[in-house]
Design a protein around this ligand. Structure first.
Ligand code: BTN
Length: 275
């Protein structure tokens, strides 16, 4: 079987005569577990993996999606919670088995998932989109999606990766302190969650297969889409305000910032605040 490594969905434009989106992904989303309520889809997926380790008969297929209408304890980065109105948005996790990826390169998954969300949003007609390091996707300057990836590492390779995605689709009001938006706010239209889950899964599969072919495939696209890349701006770095410029992202996922004295330093998520 030939594996497609395009960064567009193999059948994204394929619509049936009834207008329904159809998809022929190779593996991501072939198996979907749909839940009305759950604590967190990431926790549920990790539970499936643990269960399969204890009892190999309970195999978890590569590309399995766990999707929920409502999460009681949706998790965000930095120990934050992820709030999403019931039945309005996409909140799901994908189980991947990226055995081809050395543990030290795990941030590549974060990069291709962010890019796939951008591919999806552009395909929906949203023009001004960007990736805000490390895990936010912005549309017209406001957060539209967040990513939380939890990896299970064994012998220096990633045995399982649970890729959690929250993407705002039909919600119109947000209470979060960070400015948020949704597809509906941006376009004025309502969207089918089921069709758009499959469509996004298809973009993710395209980017994932491309990465598997060539670990460097996403680097240019990522930097070209990175919010504030190469621009002088104000940051809080380890508690101190500073003028700095993002000059790259290191292999371990830390942000590389250059200060006015020319010196570059690497920062992790807890050490940087965008001002
Ligand atoms: C962030 O922006 O802080 C990351 C948010 C990730 C939210 C998603 S929703 C589906 C999955 N399950 C979770 O508990 N979190 C992720």
């Amino acid at each position: 079987m030939k594996i497609s490594a395009e960064n567009h969905p193999p059948s994204a434009s394929c619509k049936t005569s009834t207008g329904k989106f159809t998809m022929e992904n190779l593996f991501i989303g072939k198996n979907i577990i749909r839940l009305d309520r759950v604590d967190s889809t990431n926790n549920y997926a990790v539970g499936l993996i643990r269960g399969s380790r204890e009892n190999p008969a309970l195999k978890v297929f590569d590309g399995t999606i766990v999707s929920a209408k409502f999460q009681e304890q949706g998790k965000g980065q930095r120990g934050n919670s992820w709030e999403s109105d019931a039945g309005k948005n996409l909140t799901f996790s994908i189980v991947l088995k990226p055995a081809f990826l050395p543990a030290g390169r795990q941030f590549l998954l974060n990069k291709i998932i962010s890019l796939a969300i951008l591919d999806f949003l552009k395909d929906c007609g949203i023009k001004q989109v960007a990736i805000k390091w490390p895990n936010d996707v912005l549309a017209e300057g406001k957060k539209i999606a967040g990513i939380l990836i939890e990896n299970i590492i064994q012998s220096n390779t990633i045995q399982y990766s649970v890729v959690g995605i929250g993407l705002n689709i039909n919600q119109e009001k947000f209470t979060s302190t960070q400015a948020a938006t949704s597809l509906k706010i941006l376009s004025g239209k309502s969207y089918s969650l089921e069709e758009n889950l499959l469509k996004l899964a298809s973009f993710i599969e395209g980017r994932y297969l491309k990465l598997k072919n060539d670990l460097l495939s996403c680097e240019n696209d990522y930097l070209n889409s990175l919010y504030r890349f190469n621009e002088w701006n104000k940051f809080n770095l380890k508690g101190t305000p500073a003028n700095a410029r993002i000059s790259g992202v290191a292999e371990d996922g830390r942000l590389i910032l250059q200060q006015e004295n020319g010196i570059e330093n690497h920062y992790d998520i807890k050490e940087v605040i965008f001002l």
